[in-house]
Write a protein that binds this ligand. Structure first.
Ligand SMILES: [Zn+2]
Length: 457
Protein backbone atom coordinates (compact mmCIF):
# COMPACT_ATOMS: atom_id res chain seq x y z
CA UNK A 1 0.00 0.00 0.00
CA UNK A 2 3.04 2.27 0.52
CA UNK A 3 3.43 3.26 -3.14
CA UNK A 4 -0.29 3.30 -3.70
CA UNK A 5 -0.73 5.86 -0.93
CA UNK A 6 1.31 8.27 -3.07
CA UNK A 7 -1.10 7.70 -5.95
CA UNK A 8 -4.06 8.25 -3.61
CA UNK A 9 -2.49 11.51 -2.43
CA UNK A 10 -2.04 12.55 -6.07
CA UNK A 11 -5.73 11.76 -6.74
CA UNK A 12 -6.81 13.84 -3.75
CA UNK A 13 -4.70 16.75 -4.92
CA UNK A 14 -6.27 16.67 -8.40
CA UNK A 15 -9.97 16.42 -7.55
CA UNK A 16 -10.82 19.80 -9.07
CA UNK A 17 -9.03 18.94 -12.34
CA UNK A 18 -11.00 15.69 -12.57
CA UNK A 19 -14.28 17.52 -12.02
CA UNK A 20 -13.46 20.19 -14.63
CA UNK A 21 -12.65 17.59 -17.28
CA UNK A 22 -15.62 15.39 -16.33
CA UNK A 23 -17.98 18.37 -16.55
CA UNK A 24 -16.90 19.07 -20.15
CA UNK A 25 -17.64 15.40 -20.94
CA UNK A 26 -21.06 15.68 -19.22
CA UNK A 27 -22.01 18.87 -21.07
CA UNK A 28 -21.63 17.05 -24.38
CA UNK A 29 -25.00 15.38 -25.10
CA UNK A 30 -24.87 11.77 -26.29
CA UNK A 31 -28.50 10.63 -26.43
CA UNK A 32 -28.35 7.35 -28.32
CA UNK A 33 -32.07 6.92 -28.91
CA UNK A 34 -32.45 10.32 -30.66
CA UNK A 35 -28.86 10.47 -31.98
CA UNK A 36 -28.11 13.83 -30.37
CA UNK A 37 -24.39 14.47 -30.06
CA UNK A 38 -23.33 10.83 -29.96
CA UNK A 39 -20.49 10.99 -32.50
CA UNK A 40 -19.31 14.35 -31.08
CA UNK A 41 -19.19 12.71 -27.64
CA UNK A 42 -17.20 9.75 -29.02
CA UNK A 43 -14.65 12.26 -30.35
CA UNK A 44 -14.51 14.07 -27.02
CA UNK A 45 -14.05 10.79 -25.13
CA UNK A 46 -11.26 9.70 -27.49
CA UNK A 47 -9.52 13.03 -26.78
CA UNK A 48 -9.85 12.51 -23.01
CA UNK A 49 -8.28 9.06 -23.39
CA UNK A 50 -5.40 10.32 -25.53
CA UNK A 51 -4.66 13.15 -23.06
CA UNK A 52 -4.62 10.59 -20.21
CA UNK A 53 -1.87 8.71 -22.04
CA UNK A 54 -3.98 5.83 -23.35
CA UNK A 55 -2.60 4.48 -26.62
CA UNK A 56 -4.05 3.15 -29.89
CA UNK A 57 -7.22 5.17 -29.31
CA UNK A 58 -9.65 4.45 -32.13
CA UNK A 59 -13.26 5.22 -32.93
CA UNK A 60 -14.87 2.22 -34.60
CA UNK A 61 -18.09 2.91 -36.50
CA UNK A 62 -20.89 0.37 -36.10
CA UNK A 63 -24.25 0.22 -37.85
CA UNK A 64 -25.44 2.90 -35.46
CA UNK A 65 -23.22 4.54 -32.82
CA UNK A 66 -19.44 4.19 -32.60
CA UNK A 67 -17.36 2.17 -30.17
CA UNK A 68 -14.39 3.99 -28.62
CA UNK A 69 -11.38 1.77 -27.97
CA UNK A 70 -7.92 2.35 -26.51
CA UNK A 71 -5.28 0.35 -24.67
CA UNK A 72 -1.94 0.34 -22.89
CA UNK A 73 -0.09 -2.81 -23.88
CA UNK A 74 3.01 -3.60 -21.86
CA UNK A 75 3.80 -7.28 -22.24
CA UNK A 76 1.52 -10.10 -23.45
CA UNK A 77 2.65 -12.33 -20.58
CA UNK A 78 1.15 -9.92 -18.02
CA UNK A 79 -2.54 -10.05 -17.00
CA UNK A 80 -4.82 -8.07 -19.29
CA UNK A 81 -7.77 -6.13 -17.91
CA UNK A 82 -10.61 -4.93 -20.14
CA UNK A 83 -12.71 -2.00 -18.90
CA UNK A 84 -16.21 -1.83 -20.36
CA UNK A 85 -18.49 1.19 -20.08
CA UNK A 86 -20.89 3.28 -22.17
CA UNK A 87 -20.78 6.96 -23.07
CA UNK A 88 -24.36 7.24 -24.37
CA UNK A 89 -27.13 8.60 -22.14
CA UNK A 90 -30.91 8.52 -21.82
CA UNK A 91 -33.05 11.46 -22.99
CA UNK A 92 -33.55 14.12 -20.29
CA UNK A 93 -37.34 14.46 -20.46
CA UNK A 94 -39.47 15.44 -18.69
CA UNK A 95 -37.36 18.62 -18.57
CA UNK A 96 -39.69 20.50 -16.21
CA UNK A 97 -38.98 17.98 -13.45
CA UNK A 98 -35.26 18.80 -13.31
CA UNK A 99 -34.11 21.18 -10.57
CA UNK A 100 -31.27 22.39 -12.85
CA UNK A 101 -30.31 22.20 -16.54
CA UNK A 102 -29.86 18.47 -17.35
CA UNK A 103 -26.77 19.16 -19.44
CA UNK A 104 -25.12 21.73 -17.16
CA UNK A 105 -23.50 19.78 -14.29
CA UNK A 106 -23.82 21.29 -10.81
CA UNK A 107 -22.76 20.04 -7.38
CA UNK A 108 -25.29 20.01 -4.55
CA UNK A 109 -25.14 18.02 -1.28
CA UNK A 110 -22.00 16.11 -2.26
CA UNK A 111 -23.46 14.98 -5.57
CA UNK A 112 -23.06 15.98 -9.22
CA UNK A 113 -26.41 16.50 -10.97
CA UNK A 114 -26.48 16.02 -14.74
CA UNK A 115 -27.94 13.60 -17.29
CA UNK A 116 -25.51 10.71 -17.78
CA UNK A 117 -23.27 11.58 -14.81
CA UNK A 118 -23.74 8.28 -12.98
CA UNK A 119 -25.01 6.30 -15.98
CA UNK A 120 -22.31 6.00 -17.07
CA UNK A 121 -19.88 8.86 -17.81
CA UNK A 122 -18.36 9.48 -14.36
CA UNK A 123 -17.99 5.75 -13.82
CA UNK A 124 -15.99 5.00 -16.97
CA UNK A 125 -14.07 8.28 -16.53
CA UNK A 126 -12.80 7.01 -13.13
CA UNK A 127 -10.88 4.21 -14.90
CA UNK A 128 -9.27 6.64 -17.33
CA UNK A 129 -8.13 8.91 -14.50
CA UNK A 130 -7.06 5.90 -12.40
CA UNK A 131 -4.49 4.74 -14.94
CA UNK A 132 -3.35 8.31 -15.57
CA UNK A 133 -2.73 8.91 -11.84
CA UNK A 134 -0.94 5.58 -11.47
CA UNK A 135 1.51 6.43 -14.26
CA UNK A 136 2.04 10.05 -13.19
CA UNK A 137 3.27 8.77 -9.82
CA UNK A 138 4.91 5.44 -10.72
CA UNK A 139 6.16 6.12 -14.24
CA UNK A 140 4.63 5.04 -17.55
CA UNK A 141 5.26 1.28 -17.31
CA UNK A 142 2.23 -0.56 -15.94
CA UNK A 143 2.38 -4.00 -14.28
CA UNK A 144 -0.61 -5.13 -16.41
CA UNK A 145 -2.09 -4.52 -19.87
CA UNK A 146 -5.29 -2.48 -19.97
CA UNK A 147 -7.88 -2.23 -22.73
CA UNK A 148 -10.85 0.13 -22.82
CA UNK A 149 -14.09 -0.58 -24.66
CA UNK A 150 -16.71 2.15 -24.48
CA UNK A 151 -19.92 1.71 -26.45
CA UNK A 152 -22.51 4.29 -27.51
CA UNK A 153 -25.59 2.05 -27.59
CA UNK A 154 -26.04 0.64 -24.08
CA UNK A 155 -29.15 2.71 -23.43
CA UNK A 156 -30.79 1.30 -26.55
CA UNK A 157 -29.95 -2.34 -25.83
CA UNK A 158 -26.31 -2.64 -27.05
CA UNK A 159 -27.62 -3.53 -30.50
CA UNK A 160 -24.26 -3.79 -32.24
CA UNK A 161 -21.97 -4.74 -29.36
CA UNK A 162 -22.14 -8.50 -29.88
CA UNK A 163 -21.17 -8.15 -33.52
CA UNK A 164 -18.34 -5.77 -32.61
CA UNK A 165 -16.95 -8.13 -29.98
CA UNK A 166 -17.39 -11.18 -32.22
CA UNK A 167 -15.41 -9.51 -35.00
CA UNK A 168 -12.69 -8.00 -32.76
CA UNK A 169 -11.86 -10.89 -30.47
CA UNK A 170 -8.13 -10.59 -30.96
CA UNK A 171 -8.11 -6.86 -30.27
CA UNK A 172 -10.19 -7.37 -27.10
CA UNK A 173 -8.45 -10.53 -25.87
CA UNK A 174 -8.10 -10.27 -22.07
CA UNK A 175 -8.17 -12.20 -18.79
CA UNK A 176 -11.04 -10.39 -17.08
CA UNK A 177 -13.50 -7.62 -17.86
CA UNK A 178 -14.42 -4.91 -15.39
CA UNK A 179 -17.91 -3.63 -16.08
CA UNK A 180 -18.23 -0.01 -14.97
CA UNK A 181 -21.89 0.81 -14.37
CA UNK A 182 -24.63 0.31 -11.79
CA UNK A 183 -25.17 1.46 -8.24
CA UNK A 184 -23.94 0.48 -4.80
CA UNK A 185 -26.02 -1.10 -2.04
CA UNK A 186 -29.06 0.87 -0.77
CA UNK A 187 -27.33 1.07 2.62
CA UNK A 188 -24.25 2.69 1.02
CA UNK A 189 -21.85 -0.30 0.89
CA UNK A 190 -19.64 -0.78 -2.17
CA UNK A 191 -20.53 -3.97 -4.01
CA UNK A 192 -19.33 -6.39 -6.68
CA UNK A 193 -21.96 -7.60 -9.14
CA UNK A 194 -21.15 -10.93 -10.67
CA UNK A 195 -24.17 -11.58 -12.83
CA UNK A 196 -27.07 -10.19 -14.81
CA UNK A 197 -30.40 -11.67 -15.67
CA UNK A 198 -31.40 -12.33 -19.25
CA UNK A 199 -34.61 -10.85 -20.58
CA UNK A 200 -37.17 -11.10 -23.28
CA UNK A 201 -39.63 -8.26 -23.86
CA UNK A 202 -42.77 -8.94 -25.82
CA UNK A 203 -46.22 -7.77 -26.71
CA UNK A 204 -49.18 -10.14 -26.73
CA UNK A 205 -52.31 -9.09 -28.59
CA UNK A 206 -55.62 -10.92 -28.29
CA UNK A 207 -58.18 -10.30 -30.99
CA UNK A 208 -61.76 -11.56 -30.74
CA UNK A 209 -64.53 -10.22 -33.00
CA UNK A 210 -63.69 -8.03 -36.00
CA UNK A 211 -64.84 -4.84 -34.20
CA UNK A 212 -65.88 -3.44 -30.84
CA UNK A 213 -69.57 -3.84 -30.12
CA UNK A 214 -72.31 -2.84 -27.65
CA UNK A 215 -71.83 -4.76 -24.39
CA UNK A 216 -75.44 -5.93 -24.49
CA UNK A 217 -74.08 -8.59 -26.87
CA UNK A 218 -71.67 -9.93 -24.20
CA UNK A 219 -73.77 -13.07 -23.62
CA UNK A 220 -73.14 -14.05 -27.26
CA UNK A 221 -70.01 -12.36 -28.64
CA UNK A 222 -66.67 -13.56 -27.17
CA UNK A 223 -64.70 -10.90 -25.28
CA UNK A 224 -61.02 -10.42 -26.11
CA UNK A 225 -60.61 -8.77 -22.71
CA UNK A 226 -61.83 -11.81 -20.76
CA UNK A 227 -59.68 -14.08 -22.91
CA UNK A 228 -56.64 -11.96 -22.10
CA UNK A 229 -57.45 -12.07 -18.38
CA UNK A 230 -57.76 -15.86 -18.57
CA UNK A 231 -54.45 -16.19 -20.45
CA UNK A 232 -52.55 -13.95 -18.04
CA UNK A 233 -54.09 -15.69 -15.04
CA UNK A 234 -52.91 -19.04 -16.39
CA UNK A 235 -49.29 -17.81 -16.69
CA UNK A 236 -48.61 -17.14 -13.03
CA UNK A 237 -50.35 -18.12 -9.80
CA UNK A 238 -51.09 -16.15 -6.64
CA UNK A 239 -47.82 -17.31 -4.99
CA UNK A 240 -45.79 -15.75 -7.80
CA UNK A 241 -44.88 -19.09 -9.39
CA UNK A 242 -44.80 -18.97 -13.19
CA UNK A 243 -47.15 -21.60 -14.67
CA UNK A 244 -45.92 -21.62 -18.27
CA UNK A 245 -45.13 -25.28 -18.84
CA UNK A 246 -41.38 -25.96 -18.72
CA UNK A 247 -40.55 -22.39 -17.64
CA UNK A 248 -38.23 -23.57 -14.83
CA UNK A 249 -36.84 -26.63 -16.70
CA UNK A 250 -33.48 -25.04 -17.54
CA UNK A 251 -33.08 -23.03 -14.33
CA UNK A 252 -29.75 -23.91 -12.77
CA UNK A 253 -30.55 -23.86 -9.07
CA UNK A 254 -28.00 -21.76 -7.14
CA UNK A 255 -25.07 -23.68 -5.71
CA UNK A 256 -24.04 -23.64 -2.06
CA UNK A 257 -21.58 -20.76 -2.46
CA UNK A 258 -24.10 -18.64 -4.39
CA UNK A 259 -26.75 -19.22 -1.70
CA UNK A 260 -24.38 -18.37 1.13
CA UNK A 261 -23.20 -15.25 -0.70
CA UNK A 262 -26.77 -14.05 -1.30
CA UNK A 263 -27.62 -14.67 2.37
CA UNK A 264 -24.87 -12.26 3.41
CA UNK A 265 -26.33 -9.34 1.43
CA UNK A 266 -27.52 -6.85 4.06
CA UNK A 267 -31.24 -6.16 3.74
CA UNK A 268 -33.56 -3.75 5.54
CA UNK A 269 -36.83 -5.63 5.00
CA UNK A 270 -39.02 -3.18 6.89
CA UNK A 271 -37.32 -0.20 5.21
CA UNK A 272 -38.00 -1.61 1.75
CA UNK A 273 -41.65 -2.33 2.58
CA UNK A 274 -42.06 1.15 4.00
CA UNK A 275 -40.45 2.73 0.97
CA UNK A 276 -42.93 0.98 -1.40
CA UNK A 277 -45.92 1.26 0.93
CA UNK A 278 -46.48 -2.53 0.99
CA UNK A 279 -46.92 -4.95 3.88
CA UNK A 280 -45.56 -8.13 2.30
CA UNK A 281 -43.31 -9.41 -0.50
CA UNK A 282 -44.31 -11.86 -3.25
CA UNK A 283 -44.23 -15.38 -1.87
CA UNK A 284 -42.47 -16.88 -4.91
CA UNK A 285 -41.36 -20.52 -5.33
CA UNK A 286 -39.06 -20.56 -2.37
CA UNK A 287 -40.59 -18.00 -0.04
CA UNK A 288 -40.40 -14.24 0.31
CA UNK A 289 -36.67 -13.79 0.86
CA UNK A 290 -36.05 -10.39 -0.80
CA UNK A 291 -32.49 -10.78 -2.12
CA UNK A 292 -32.75 -14.51 -2.79
CA UNK A 293 -35.62 -13.83 -5.15
CA UNK A 294 -34.10 -10.72 -6.73
CA UNK A 295 -30.89 -12.62 -7.43
CA UNK A 296 -32.05 -16.14 -8.30
CA UNK A 297 -35.71 -16.10 -9.38
CA UNK A 298 -36.83 -15.59 -12.97
CA UNK A 299 -39.84 -13.34 -13.53
CA UNK A 300 -42.93 -12.99 -15.70
CA UNK A 301 -44.01 -9.36 -15.51
CA UNK A 302 -46.96 -7.54 -17.06
CA UNK A 303 -45.60 -4.09 -17.88
CA UNK A 304 -48.79 -2.71 -19.42
CA UNK A 305 -52.29 -3.85 -20.29
CA UNK A 306 -54.59 -1.90 -22.53
CA UNK A 307 -57.67 -2.20 -24.67
CA UNK A 308 -61.35 -1.33 -24.53
CA UNK A 309 -62.53 1.94 -23.06
CA UNK A 310 -59.89 3.70 -20.98
CA UNK A 311 -61.42 7.19 -20.79
CA UNK A 312 -63.34 8.98 -18.06
CA UNK A 313 -66.68 7.73 -16.79
CA UNK A 314 -68.28 4.60 -18.19
CA UNK A 315 -68.76 3.25 -21.68
CA UNK A 316 -70.61 -0.03 -22.21
CA UNK A 317 -68.46 -1.59 -24.88
CA UNK A 318 -67.29 -5.12 -25.65
CA UNK A 319 -63.65 -4.75 -26.76
CA UNK A 320 -62.41 -6.84 -29.66
CA UNK A 321 -58.68 -6.23 -29.18
CA UNK A 322 -56.46 -6.19 -26.07
CA UNK A 323 -52.69 -5.90 -25.71
CA UNK A 324 -50.36 -6.83 -22.87
CA UNK A 325 -46.76 -5.68 -22.81
CA UNK A 326 -44.62 -8.16 -20.91
CA UNK A 327 -41.05 -8.74 -19.84
CA UNK A 328 -39.60 -11.96 -18.53
CA UNK A 329 -36.28 -11.80 -16.69
CA UNK A 330 -34.32 -15.01 -16.87
CA UNK A 331 -31.62 -16.81 -14.91
CA UNK A 332 -28.92 -19.27 -16.05
CA UNK A 333 -29.48 -21.47 -18.10
CA UNK A 334 -32.82 -20.21 -19.45
CA UNK A 335 -32.85 -19.18 -23.11
CA UNK A 336 -35.05 -16.20 -24.09
CA UNK A 337 -35.97 -17.66 -27.49
CA UNK A 338 -36.91 -20.99 -25.93
CA UNK A 339 -39.10 -19.21 -23.35
CA UNK A 340 -41.09 -17.51 -26.14
CA UNK A 341 -41.62 -20.92 -27.77
CA UNK A 342 -42.83 -22.28 -24.42
CA UNK A 343 -45.34 -19.42 -24.12
CA UNK A 344 -46.65 -20.22 -27.61
CA UNK A 345 -46.98 -23.92 -26.68
CA UNK A 346 -48.74 -22.94 -23.46
CA UNK A 347 -51.32 -20.98 -25.48
CA UNK A 348 -51.77 -23.82 -27.97
CA UNK A 349 -52.23 -26.40 -25.22
CA UNK A 350 -55.08 -24.38 -23.71
CA UNK A 351 -56.69 -23.84 -27.12
CA UNK A 352 -55.96 -20.12 -27.06
CA UNK A 353 -53.46 -19.82 -29.92
CA UNK A 354 -56.04 -18.67 -32.46
CA UNK A 355 -56.38 -14.90 -32.36
CA UNK A 356 -53.30 -14.36 -30.19
CA UNK A 357 -50.27 -12.68 -31.68
CA UNK A 358 -46.89 -12.44 -29.97
CA UNK A 359 -44.23 -9.93 -31.03
CA UNK A 360 -40.86 -10.07 -29.29
CA UNK A 361 -38.61 -7.02 -29.00
CA UNK A 362 -35.39 -7.48 -27.04
CA UNK A 363 -33.90 -10.81 -26.12
CA UNK A 364 -30.73 -11.32 -24.16
CA UNK A 365 -29.21 -14.11 -22.13
CA UNK A 366 -28.50 -14.44 -18.42
CA UNK A 367 -24.87 -14.72 -17.27
CA UNK A 368 -23.06 -15.18 -13.96
CA UNK A 369 -19.36 -15.15 -13.16
CA UNK A 370 -18.49 -17.91 -10.65
CA UNK A 371 -17.89 -16.42 -7.20
CA UNK A 372 -14.73 -18.50 -6.73
CA UNK A 373 -13.10 -17.15 -9.91
CA UNK A 374 -9.73 -15.75 -8.69
CA UNK A 375 -10.41 -12.33 -10.30
CA UNK A 376 -13.40 -11.85 -7.98
CA UNK A 377 -11.22 -11.91 -4.86
CA UNK A 378 -8.71 -9.56 -6.52
CA UNK A 379 -11.43 -7.09 -7.51
CA UNK A 380 -12.82 -7.25 -3.96
CA UNK A 381 -9.38 -6.37 -2.62
CA UNK A 382 -9.10 -3.38 -4.95
CA UNK A 383 -12.53 -2.12 -3.88
CA UNK A 384 -11.53 -2.44 -0.23
CA UNK A 385 -8.38 -0.40 -0.91
CA UNK A 386 -10.22 2.28 -2.89
CA UNK A 387 -13.31 2.62 -0.68
CA UNK A 388 -11.77 1.71 2.67
CA UNK A 389 -14.37 -1.02 3.21
CA UNK A 390 -15.02 -4.53 1.93
CA UNK A 391 -17.60 -4.85 -0.87
CA UNK A 392 -20.81 -6.86 -0.54
CA UNK A 393 -20.91 -9.62 -3.18
CA UNK A 394 -24.00 -10.04 -5.36
CA UNK A 395 -24.05 -13.34 -7.32
CA UNK A 396 -26.35 -11.49 -9.73
CA UNK A 397 -28.61 -8.46 -9.90
CA UNK A 398 -32.23 -8.38 -10.94
CA UNK A 399 -31.50 -6.37 -14.07
CA UNK A 400 -29.85 -7.13 -17.38
CA UNK A 401 -26.90 -5.85 -19.38
CA UNK A 402 -24.37 -6.87 -22.00
CA UNK A 403 -22.51 -9.15 -19.54
CA UNK A 404 -23.64 -12.24 -21.49
CA UNK A 405 -21.98 -10.99 -24.67
CA UNK A 406 -18.53 -11.14 -23.03
CA UNK A 407 -19.48 -14.47 -21.51
CA UNK A 408 -20.66 -16.01 -24.78
CA UNK A 409 -18.10 -14.50 -27.13
CA UNK A 410 -14.98 -14.38 -24.98
CA UNK A 411 -15.54 -16.78 -22.05
CA UNK A 412 -13.99 -14.38 -19.56
CA UNK A 413 -15.02 -13.44 -16.02
CA UNK A 414 -17.03 -10.19 -15.92
CA UNK A 415 -17.09 -8.21 -12.69
CA UNK A 416 -19.21 -5.10 -12.31
CA UNK A 417 -17.98 -2.54 -9.78
CA UNK A 418 -20.64 0.17 -9.35
CA UNK A 419 -19.59 3.62 -8.21
CA UNK A 420 -22.98 5.38 -8.21
CA UNK A 421 -25.27 5.71 -5.20
CA UNK A 422 -28.50 3.71 -5.03
CA UNK A 423 -30.47 7.00 -5.17
CA UNK A 424 -28.76 8.07 -8.44
CA UNK A 425 -32.09 8.58 -10.32
CA UNK A 426 -30.59 7.36 -13.56
CA UNK A 427 -33.01 7.36 -16.52
CA UNK A 428 -35.10 9.85 -14.48
CA UNK A 429 -35.00 13.59 -13.71
CA UNK A 430 -32.21 14.84 -11.40
CA UNK A 431 -29.74 12.05 -12.13
CA UNK A 432 -26.85 12.30 -9.70
CA UNK A 433 -23.39 10.91 -9.01
CA UNK A 434 -22.02 10.96 -5.47
CA UNK A 435 -18.60 12.59 -5.23
CA UNK A 436 -17.50 10.01 -2.66
CA UNK A 437 -18.10 7.09 -5.05
CA UNK A 438 -16.45 8.98 -7.90
CA UNK A 439 -13.20 9.77 -6.06
CA UNK A 440 -13.07 6.35 -4.32
CA UNK A 441 -13.64 4.84 -7.77
CA UNK A 442 -10.54 6.55 -9.19
CA UNK A 443 -8.53 5.18 -6.26
CA UNK A 444 -10.08 1.73 -6.73
CA UNK A 445 -9.11 1.80 -10.43
CA UNK A 446 -5.46 2.39 -9.46
CA UNK A 447 -5.60 -0.30 -6.76
CA UNK A 448 -6.99 -2.67 -9.39
CA UNK A 449 -3.86 -2.18 -11.49
CA UNK A 450 -1.72 -3.16 -8.54
CA UNK A 451 -3.73 -6.19 -7.38
CA UNK A 452 -4.35 -7.57 -10.89
CA UNK A 453 -0.59 -7.48 -11.44
CA UNK A 454 -0.44 -10.47 -9.08
CA UNK A 455 -3.11 -12.47 -10.97
CA UNK A 456 -0.72 -14.64 -12.96
CA UNK A 457 1.90 -15.18 -10.27
ZN1 LIG B 1 -28.66 3.29 -18.17
Amino acid sequence: MGELQKVFDYIEAHQQDYLDELFAFLRQKSISTTNEGVSECAQLLAGIMVRAGIEHVQIFPTKRHPVVYGDILVDPSLPTQLVYGHYDVQPADPLEEWDSDPFEPVIRDGKIFCRGCSDDKAQLFAYIKGVEAYRKVNGPKLPINIKYLFEGEEEIGSENLEEFIATHKELLQCDAAIYSDGHMHEMGYPILLLGHKGMVTMEMTVTGANRDTHSMRAPAIPSAMWKMVEILHSMKDETGTVKIEGFYDDVREPNQLERETAEKIPVDVEGIKRSYGIDHFVQNRTGDNYYYNIVFEPTCNIAGLFGGYMGEGSKTVLPHKVTAKMDLRLVPNQDPYDIVEKIKKHLAKHGWADGVEITTYHANFPARTPIDNPYVALAAKAVEMGFGEKPVLFPSVGGGGPHYIFDRQMHIPVIEIPLARADQNNHAPNESMGLHGFFCGIKMATALIEVLAGAKE
